[in-house]
Design a protein around this ligand. Sequence first.
Ligand code: PGA
Length: 240
Amino acid sequence: MYFIANWKMFGVLNSLNSIHKVVKFLKNFKKNNSLKIIYCPPNTLIRPMTKKLKDTYIDVGAQNCHEHDKFGAFTGSVNSIMLKNVGAKYVIIGHSENRQAGESDKLINLKIKSAIKSGLKVIFCIGETLQQKRKKITKQVLNKQIGFGLNKIKIKNNIILAYEPVWSIGTGVIPKKNELFETINFIKKKINKCKVLYGGSVNPKNINDLKSIVNIDGYLIGGASQDPKKFIDIIKKTYS
Ligand code: PGA
């Protein structure tokens, strides 16, 4: 099971002090071979976090990258080579917060290609808005996001998919069990080599419900991942 912490635009150097609780917990936690933890802090914290997590089996990832896989005159941007260079092994691409800010499927496709070329693994986010859900076009939307996003990309173990319904992110609302099972199933049928995670308001309260959905391979966790106690609770409950 994957537990990916998406810190978004939260965190300064001091925030790293909190992760020692997670490290300590993992030392005493009977290591389950399927357990995979990845922290995706803001870019400014990637290097110090990798150093802090050096002797653990927690990996570090970034939250986005520029699509250009060479250096260039792109003020304010960071590309996948730079992220790899400071210790990132993964990068989240296509998060709905960035899609809403204007990232197109085409741009996302270029970003995924450049990340893979640089040797990063991609956490590729897809998901429908509330309006699209109401119109009952979730499958068409996901189909399009997957089709364009992964266009001409050879899928091996270089991509993890995260299904994040936009209406679930940060709202406390999660999809109904049967609907979520069905959507994950739909995604897995389309790209059968991928692990498929769920993301959107995952917290210690709803994890027992979520873990009963047997086709989910893990979680992309935003808000709750910034609190080590909640993050640990989610992991503990998943395995209890
Ligand atoms: P949330 O965020 O857990 O705070 O809903 C999830 C995400 O945006 O990846």
